[in-house]
Design a binder for this molecule. Structure first.
Ligand SMILES: [Zn+2]
Length: 232
């Protein structure tokens, strides 16, 4: 079977599944209420939760860890996160970063989705496995970890060549959650937004043709195309 990339959720908050003959790798874990949409998406391709071999987090923020603890506690599925974001994923408080310019409509839309999908009941991880820059994980799709500090210290790009995709989490957004802007830009709430474009340079030469973000539609192009959209 050809590797499939499932997009689960919507352009406000999405998680993704890489489906291969060896099983499923989840990239990020959405919001706490996302069990049902995960099950439905897997069922549509003839899989279920027991096919998931692991979850890789692009970073440790609460809108990306949603159902990870449920999958760990009840199904024994491990979550992998960069060591610098391990504390964040396990509930350590971090200083809030500014979100930038916002508009009422898109902000309310984000909040409505977040509420409907259980964001008020965050469940932090009881245990994680840590990864480092350069690791290639023994999971379906052989995800490769590329450090991408900026949005958070432990933000990573997850390169999955068999899916022709690189997952960049909130380093970049194609739909700003606070103002609805569809311009390709550095994600809001970044700890160090100036560091992100510099980190993205590390992806420039990679051939994958889809850059997958946590919020907004998939960017159809290479990392070099993405960088030129960012004015670099
Ligand atoms: Zn996010």
């Amino acid at each position: 079977m050809k590797t499939q990339l499932l997009r689960i959720g919507d352009d406000i908050v999405a998680l993704h599944a890489v489906v291969t003959d060896e099983g499923v790798t989840l990239i990020d874990a959405g919001l706490p209420g996302d069990r049902r949409i995960l099950r439905r998406a897997l069922a549509a391709v003839g899989r279920d939760v027991s096919d998931i071999r692991g979850i890789v987090l692009t970073h440790g923020d609460s809108d990306h860890i949603g159902i990870a603890e449920w999958l760990r506690a009840e199904h024994g599925i491990p979550t992998f996160v960069h060591e610098a974001d391990a504390g964040r994923a396990q509930g350590e408080k971090t200083p809030g970063a500014p979100g930038g310019r916002w508009r009422v409509g898109p902000t309310l839309q984000f909040l409505a989705v977040a509420l409907r999908r259980g964001a008020l009941r965050p469940r932090h991880l009881g245990a994680v496995r840590t990864v480092r820059d350069g690791d290639v994980l023994d999971l379906p799709g052989s995800p490769e970890i590329i450090g991408l500090p900026g949005h958070s210290p432990g933000s990573i790009a997850i390169r999955v060549p068999v899916a022709d995709a690189i997952f960049v989490g909130d380093a970049v957004t194609t739909r700003h959650v606070l103002n609805g802007s569809a311009e390709v830009q550095v994600g809001p709430f970044s700890d160090d937004p100036d560091l992100t474009p510099e980190s993205l340079e590390r992806l420039r030469a990679l051939p994958e043709r889809a850059i997958v973000v946590g919020h907004g539609p998939i960017f159809r192009g290479t990392a070099a195309d993405l960088l030129s959209s960012l004015g670099r």
